[in-house]
Structures are given as structure tokens and as C-alpha cells.
Design a protein around this ligand. Structure first.
Ligand SMILES: Cc1cc2nc3c(=O)[nH]c(=O)nc-3n(C[C@H](O)[C@H](O)[C@H](O)COP(=O)(O)OP(=O)(O)OC[C@H]3O[C@@H](n4cnc5c(N)ncnc54)[C@H](O)[C@@H]3O)c2cc1C
Length: 477
């Protein structure tokens, strides 16, 4: 046996697992198909937003949260409907996780040196019903350092454990098979892959240089999701979301290939929840891609108007940042738009400055660099959009910028194979919305939502534009 435990996958999950084991004196073989440049996997690219309940950051922002409220939200979002089978475990896990997030999670993170921004983000504001999907309150705690900041201690522990002889890195080792003996998994087999000096995130060669086999008394798989393999995504796409788009962008590097799922099923593992996939609907093509079909997600504030491909304002709860799966379902199942792979946000310069954040560590250099002064300057005090957002506005293939609505619709029509939008029809809808801005109250749920958001200090300071007419020339382009 080469180790007490083989951990397959050196992403954040694998690194944390390795730390839990080596800190108890266990010997770990940490196996990954990628090389040292990719240590930490996806988490390096992530925004580092963490779910915490009843935190000091929330209290300082005057958010009253509780494990009771979070558990109610969690159950509504999860919509457990297989409680006599796989959901029995899911529910117990979820309950324990909410208690962890309301209890020891924050002190566990801070004990590893991870700290948080003072403002708390409000992700997935929900389906507009108390018993439906979504976060009733802001809970998205972004770590200083974003994903790399969350990773840093666990990379350090792994290197220290390696120096102490407790951990062995097996880089560029791709597992193709689990070894089963007497009903127990006791090892892994696979291929060594050729060295590749590609920078982090860039797809690497799959050239094989020879087989390997490792054995241990336990094997833990932390091999991540399926997002980079669109065939796999399409194969498991649930009927309730209609048909998958013919063209998608990819939020994750190529190594998030999902291969290990079928490999573990062949060895007898029982896979659950394959149909319960999560997709973000607001994906943009990265004008400066790192991995194939690199997509970036907009983390939107609540003010942009969201239209379908034919120029119709989306119905509730398909509002920016509210309910991504309901929006996806609407776009993929409404018969006359399901053939189109896109929808549109229409917004103003005032909205983009305050409300567009782009997900990912490299899109948020101020937070990733733990530069508190730059964070204050660009997000809370400064004028103009943060530089990465401005760069997307200027260079992104999916952006159209114009001084008037007619010019805007003209530019949007030029981005599709044939013109699909009628300027007068779009204008009527925007004018109707703009009439709702005059009073501090409104019959329109999105306008109500904007005002509701601004009652939350964090949104008012940094994430929700002062309500204004979309067609106000002073807010243009
Ligand atoms: C841009 C972006 C923003 C994000 N923002 C957030 C956020 O704000 N909050 C949040 O909670 N999450 C966020 N996420 C998601 C989060 O980063 C991931 O869910 C998490 O990092 C996954 O970690 P993991 O260790 O499970 O998997 P991964 O990081 O995918 O690691 C799996 C590892 O397994 C290896 N592997 C796979 N198959 C094999 C095999 N057969 N043999 C050997 N090795 C194999 C892979 O090479 C990889 O290194 C974001 C992700 C991205 C990309």
C-alpha cells in the first residue's frame, strides 16, 4: 500500500480532505490528472462566495438571519421530492450543513486565516414567494482573496504535509478505474499523462505515457463536476428544463470533465441527482478566454430589464439575480423562443456601473489582491464601472452600446442571423416600466424589488442603482 488513503482530485475538496487526514497523521496519496500549475482546481478561478448564516458581517449590515430561516429557504430551493430514497440522505446532509453554516463554519474558516468583505451579497433572491426558491436575506460572504484566498491555506498545508512525508503528490495521473477487492475499493488504476507546461486553466495534453496503479485502505473521490463536457451535460439534461441550448459557454476549465462519475458507477458506486444540475443563465463569452468556450457569469443587481430573443420582457420570477433555474426553464420551454440560445439585458450606464459584477477571481483583481483601498475606491466610492466590467462592455462580443434605443435595437439585431427585435415593441415595454419609477411605490414587481433591495444597506451602498428611467438620456448610453 502506498498510502492510508488515496484522494483522487486535488481541487479544494481534495485539498481539504487531505488536510483533515494528514493533520491526524494519516498518509495520503493525492492524485490528479493535471499538473502542479492547476493545484486547487476550479476554486482558484472562483469568486470565493461562501454561505454563512447569522454572521457578524450580516449583523453589521442589519440583516437578521437565523438557522430556522436558512433551513426554510434551503428546503424550498432543494424541493426534496425523493424522501423515501436518495433525498433521505440529502436532507440530513443539508440540515447538518445549514447548522454548520450557522455555527462552526465561520470560526473554522477564520482559524485558517480566511476573512470576509464587510458587505454581504444577496444571491438568488428567489421566486417571489415565501415558500419558494431563494435566499430570504443576503448570505453570500465573499472571502478576501476570492477563490485563491480560500485555497491558499490548504495548498500550504498540502505542501507542508508533503515536506513532512505524509502526503505524496501524483500529478498528471489520470484515474481510469477503481480497483475493487472483496466488495471494497482498495485502489486506483490509470494512465500517466505527458508533462505539460501550459499555464493554469489552459487545456492540457491527454497524451498517455504509461499505466500506474496505487493501493490504499480507502479511496476518496473529489473529482468535481461535469461542466466542461457539454455532451455529458446534454445527456443528463432534465426534461423539466426543456431542450438544452445548441450553443453554451463553459464556466469551468477543461479538466472539469465528469469522467470519474461513470468510472465510479462501473465500480458499483450509486450516483444520485444526475438530473439536478445548476446552470447560470447570464453567461457571456469571455473576450480573452483561458479555457475552451470560456464563459463568464454576470452577477446582476436587480434593475436591468430582461427580454427574450423576440424582445418580450420576461415574466416573474425571471428577474436578474432572482431565480436562475426558473428563468432557464422559461427560456427553454416557451415554444416560440426555445429555438434561440440567447436572451437580452437592457440597461443603462448608471446600472452597469453599480450592478454588474463578473464572477471569478481574475475578474475581481481588487478583492483577489486583498486590496481594501481599491475595493472601496472602485465599488463604493468611485465613479464608473470596475475596469473588468468596462473591458467587457468595450470588447465583449455579446455587448451592444448605443446612445438611443433605436441605435441599440439596430445593433442587437445585427448580432443575430436575422433581425428579431422590433424597436417600437421594446420601447412600449420600457416606457411602461419607466412610468412606474415616478412614485416611491409601484404595481410593478421588479420596481418593487429594486426599492426593496435599496432598503438593504449593502445593496444601497454598492449593488443597486438609484431608481431611474431606462430611457432617461442622463442615464445613457
Ligand atoms: C468562475 C467560477 C466562480 C465560482 N464562484 C463560486 C462562488 O462564489 N462560491 C462557491 O461556493 N462556488 C463557486 N464556484 C464553484 C466552486 O469553485 C467549485 O464548486 C469548487 O471549487 C469545486 O471543487 P472540487 O474540489 O469539488 O472540484 P474541482 O476543483 O473541479 O477539482 C477536481 C479535480 O479532480 C481532478 N480529476 C477529475 N477527474 C479525474 C481523474 N479521472 N483522475 C485524476 N484527477 C481527476 C481534476 O483535474 C480537478 O483538479 C465557482 C467556480 C468558478 C469556475
Amino acid at each position: 500500500m502506498q498510502a492510508d488513503v488515496i484522494v483522487v482530485g486535488a481541487g479544494l475538496a481534495g485539498l481539504v480532505t487531505a488536510h483533515e487526514l494528514t493533520s491526524r497523521g494519516r498518509k495520503v496519496a493525492l492524485v490528479d490528472q493535471e499538473g502542479p500549475a492547476n493545484l486547487g482546481g476550479q476554486a482558484y478561478w472562483s469568486f470565493g462566495g461562501l454561505f454563512l448564516v447569522g454572521s457578524p458581517e450580516q449583523r453589521r449590515m442589519r440583516v437578521r438571519d437565523s438557522s430556522e430561516l436558512a433551513w426554510s429557504d434551503w428546503q424550498a430551493s432543494a424541493a426534496f421530492d425523493r424522501l423515501d430514497d436518495e433525498d433521505a440522505w440529502a436532507m440530513q446532509w443539508a440540515r447538518a450543513y445549514v447548522e454548520f453554516a450557522a455555527g462552526e463554519k465561520r470560526s473554522w474558516l477564520t482559524s485558517h486565516g480566511i476573512g470576509f468583505l464587510p458587505t454581504v451579497g444577496w444571491a438568488e433572491r428567489g421566486s417571489l414567494r415565501a415558500g419558494g426558491h431563494g435566499n430570504s436575506v443576503p448570505r453570500f460572504h465573499v472571502a478576501w482573496g476570492t477563490g485563491p484566498g480560500v485555497l491558499e491555506p490548504f495548498v500550504r498545508y498540502a505542501q507542508q504535509a508533503a515536506a513532512a512525508g505524509l502526503l505524496t503528490f501524483h500529478h498528471r495521473h489520470r484515474v481510469d478505474e477503481l480497483v475493487v477487492d472483496g466488495g471494497a475499493v482498495c485502489g486506483v488504476r490509470g494512465q500517466r499523462l505527458a508533462e505539460d507546461d501550459a499555464p493554469r486553466g489552459v487545456a492540457t495534453s491527454r497524451e498517455e505515457t504509461g499505466p500506474f496503479e496505487l493501493t490504499a485502505q480507502a479511496v476518496i473521490l473529489t473529482t468535481g463536476g461535469i461542466g466542461a463536457d457539454h455532451d455529458l451535460v446534454r445527456r443528463h439534461w432534465p426534461a423539466r428544463l426543456g431542450s438544452p441550448p445548441s450553443r453554451m459557454v463553459t464556466g469551468v476549465p477543461a479538466h472539469v470533465d465528469g469522467r470519474m462519475l461513470d468510472i465510479s458507477a462501473r465500480a458499483g458506486a450509486r450516483l444520485v441527482n444526475r438530473d439536478r444540475m445548476w446552470h447560470y443563465t447570464e453567461g457571456l463569452r469571455n473576450f480573452d478566454p483561458i479555457w475552451p468556450a470560456h464563459g463568464i457569469r454576470i452577477l446582476p443587481g436587480p434593475s436591468s430589464m430582461w427580454f427574450d430573443a423576440l424582445g418580450r420582457w420576461l415574466p416573474d420570477p425571471c428577474l436578474p439575480g432572482y431565480d436562475t433555474l426558473a428563468t432557464l426553464r422559461y427560456l427553454r420551454t416557451t415554444p416560440d423562443i426555445a429555438a434561440y440560445d440567447h436572451s437580452w439585458f437592457i440597461l443603462t450606464q448608471k446600472i452597469i456601473e453599480k450592478e454588474f459584477a463578473l464572477s471569478g477571481s481574475e475578474q475581481n483583481p481588487d478583492i483577489t489582491g486583498k486590496n481594501r483601498a481599491a475595493f472601496l475606491r472602485t465599488r463604493l466610492l468611485g465613479k464608473g464601472a470596475p475596469a473588468p466590467v468596462e473591458a467587457f462592455k468595450r470588447h465583449g462580443a455579446d455587448f451592444v452600446v448605443a446612445g438611443t434605443l433605436d441605435e441599440l435595437i439596430d445593433g442587437m439585431n445585427q448580432l443575430t442571423d436575422r433581425p428579431l427585435l422590433d424597436a417600437d415593441r421594446v420601447r412600449q415595454q420600457i416606457e411602461a416600466r419607466d412610468l412606474q419609477i415616478t412614485n416611491p411605490y409601484s404595481k410593478d414587481s421588479q420596481v418593487q424589488g429594486i426599492r426593496n433591495a435599496r432598503r438593504y444597506l449593502g445593496d444601497r451602498l454598492g449593488r443597486t442603482a438609484v431608481p431611474h428611467r431606462i430611457l432617461d438620456p442622463a442615464a445613457a448610453p
